[in-house]
Design a binder for this molecule. Structure first.
Ligand code: AMP
Ligand code: MG
Length: 398
């Protein structure tokens, strides 16, 4: 049986990076940059005041406190009407350009103003409360690189630089198919022998979190032609994701339906728990994944195999989550020879992170995913004893 690492390597080797498109900066949150951003501007464009106060010449204050003549007033958005000479000051507000001749600002709370005259303290430092031209960004600075995910700060910087629209990678379109005679879809009360369709919705959410665009292909019953027909609905997607029906039962028809639709299957069965049966293949330009049916297995195999592929398609250079290390608060057993990806709660303690199983690790127990901060990675036939370290894949902030 394949290791998780080998399976992921095979998947990523066949995963293309999608082409690029341009989007308005207001729509670019979460997208992945596909061009280097080089500033065409100086930010700020001119030296300006960081306080409300008086623009002065610092040299005038070398002899101690002094009285200066106020020769004008300059607000943000205006230009100074004249320069500041020796013995002079100009009223200035935050963000207003520093007038020629002035080289410092004295905050208004530090002065005594009396009509046309202002008394300022001695020994004001040159450049006090002055934001110099280009202190944030110089023209020609390389400020953002391809592969960076655009968060609020990057969006703000692009707007500051006037760089809209911006070139980003296209988001993968991911068609999601659930299979099984027993499934009743959301909005339909399950009849006798039926269970609610979970996977379509958890997988759509995982796709969205991984930067993809989910497309719901609904539910196919366990009949070859029905599965084939639904799979064809995913023809204009970049990725087709099905769940269930990939095991060895006589109603496990997904692999055959994929092959009959023209997909070439590259792997099946990975040594892991939960989730052993998983299929990956290519179908013309598309990638196809057949994930296991149990809700936790579907989510965990998505996390380990589909998420990295979607990040790669979307232009991200790093596709695996950063790992953490935690100490076991109670024993974490992994009976059986396959590597375990076990749901754990995490807690921060003075000595570092502590991990504890969420409870029963059955692959149909979805509630345990809602309780899990991460997955503990435990080798086969191993019990992590209390206080021992274990690798963690974090699934969320905690
Ligand atoms: P299978 O691989 O088809 O044998 O499915 C394994 C288990 O997952 C069975 O108990 C199915 O009822 C369950 N299952 C399959 N698909 C879904 C789904 N979309 N939502 C919830 N449970 C499912
Ligand atoms: Mg089934």
């Amino acid at each position: 049986m394949l290791t998780v690492e080998d399976a992921l390597e095979q998947i990523l080797a066949r995963t293309p990076v999608l082409e690029t498109e341009t989007v308005d900066v207001t729509r670019a949150l979460g997208r992945v940059l596909a061009e280097p951003i080089v500033s065409a501007r100086e930010i700020p464009p001119w030296a300006n005041s960081s306080m409300d106060g008086y623009a002065i010449r610092a040299a005038d204050t070398r002899g101690g406190a002094t009285r200066l003549r106020v020769v004008g007033r300059i607000a943000a958005g205006a230009l100074p009407s004249r320069a500041v000479g020796a013995g002079e000051a100009m009223r200035i507000f935050t963000g207003a350009p520093l007038p020629d001749g002035a080289d410092a600002v004295v905050p208004q709370e530090d002065v005594e103003a009396d009509g046309e005259v202002v008394r300022v303290p001695g020994n004001i430092a040159e450049a006090a409360y002055v934001r110099p031209r280009g202190e944030d960004v110089r023209k020609g600075d390389h400020v953002l690189s391809p592969g960076q995910r655009l968060g609020p700060a990057e969006i703000g910087l692009l707007a500051t630089l006037g760089h809209s629209p911006v070139r980003v990678h296209r988001q993968p379109r991911v068609a999601i198919l659930s299979t099984g005679n027993e499934l009743a879809d959301l909005g339909v009360e399950p009849g006798p022998g039926q269970i609610p369709n979970t996977n379509t919705y958890s997988l759509m959410a995982q796709v969205t979190e991984a930067g993809g665009i989910p497309v719901n292909l609904g539910i196919a019953p366990d009949r070859l032609e029905a599965i084939e027909e639904r799979l064809r609905w995913g023809e204009d997607a970049d990725v087709v994701l099905s769940s269930a029906g990939v095991s060895v039962g006589e109603l496990d028809l997904v692999r055959e339906a994929l092959t009959r639709s023209g997909a070439e299957l590259h792997l099946w069965r990975v040594s892991m728990r939960p989730g052993k049966p998983i299929t990956f293949g290519s179908w013309d330009e598309r990638l196809v994944f057949g994930l296991p049916g149990n809700p936790v297995s579907a989510m965990v195999t998505f996390e380990l195999f589909v998420r990295p592929a979607l990040l790669r398609m979307g232009g991200r250079p790093t596709v695996e989550r950063p790992r953490l290390v935690a100490r076991a608060r109670a024993p974490i057993p992994n009976p059986g020879s396959r590597r375990g990806y076990l749901r754990v709660r995490l807690a921060r303690r003075d000595q570092g992170l502590e991990a504890e199983l969420t409870g029963d690790q059955g692959s149909a127990i979805l509630r345990s995913m809602t309780l899990a901060d991460g997955l503990a990675v435990v080798p086969g036939d191993t019990t992590v004893a209390v206080g021992e370290c274990v690798d963690i894949i974090p699934l969320r902030e905690f």
